[in-house]
Design a protein around this ligand. Sequence first.
Ligand SMILES: Nc1ncnc2c1ncn2[C@@H]1O[C@H](COP(=O)(O)OP(=O)(O)OP(=O)(O)O)[C@@H](O)[C@H]1O
Length: 350
Amino acid sequence: MSLTLEATVAERGVEVALELAEGETVAILGPNGAGKSTVLGVLAGLVRADTGRAVLGGDTLFASPGGVWTPPHRRGIALLAQEPLLFPHLSVRRNVEFGPRTARASRPEARARAEHWLGEVGAGEFADRHPAELSGGQAQRVAIARALAAEPRLLLLDEPLSALDVAVTSSVRQMLARVLDDRTAVIVSHDALDAYLLADRVVVLHEGTIAEQGATRSVLERPRHPFTAELTGVALLTGRRTPGGLVTDDGLAVAARAVETVRQDARVAAVVRPAEVRVESIHAPGVALADVNRVPATVLDLEPRGDLVRVRTDSLPALVPPAAVAELGLGPGVGIALVFPAAAVTMYNA
Ligand SMILES: Nc1ncnc2c1ncn2[C@@H]1O[C@H](COP(=O)(O)OP(=O)(O)OP(=O)(O)O)[C@@H](O)[C@H]1O
């Protein structure tokens, strides 16, 4: 079922245009308040757009202002929220039968569909329990079965993994990858891993508008917007192409490696992985090599990241072992040199 959407919601500063091909899953990524939930709300019919229209498989969901308005329950869209929101007084099986029953399926048919989807999401064994007897991960699996049993033409998922314990997110994500395969779906997330594993395409929203979009790997591996870079943990540089690399907008010359044809002087973006940036004492003798960058910087703060420490600076961030922090006496205000080879700077057209 293909989808097109164009919508503005003035009160929330949102203006977007989206297209989904049949069977495609798109991830909407963006910082808090970017408008991600608003876009889902507009599609589901919970938020009214001031202008625009949406068409799902040839049926107009809305045309604003003043045109067609299909009420939410007639759209063939299921919206799955962060919290499972199961009916507490019904058994798991009855929860999942609910959609087919309201669509006038017979009791045996509704039961068969519930069994099928509970099996698909790995929740068959708790069919007779009540929601209060489920863990968070189990309840979310049941909520997904309930959404799918209604046979939606479009599935919307609003951060479906964010309320779960870290220990269960990866198995629920794996299950989602299976049920989203070949399904037209939009998933809102804060997590690059969700996009990599669940989405064919990503749309990055920033302050209500689309900052960038495209095939998942191409957007995440060659980001052009700082938020996208932050999401994948890389540092983003933007500037102009020079013979040996680029000169950034604030005048820093960086040796870099182009991963596609980039014209001299063209606008470029480049990413550096913090793990490839070494921190040295500012007093260490500098290496004068054309293919090694040595950039003076001042430490802003230190943040533990697993067994490493992220050193945020007024230039690029670096990811270093705790021993290096101690050895170099790193702390806010300390002057250092960031050393990274040209080969660690991936440059492409902005
Ligand atoms: N019910 C509402 N009424 C008015 N404004 C709202 C309402 N809900 C959200 N907003 C505003 O609309 C904008 C977009 O919010 P939205 O919830 O869509 O963002 P989001 O990207 O989903 O954020 P988050 O990741 O925090 O959930 C924000 O400026 C927000 O303050």
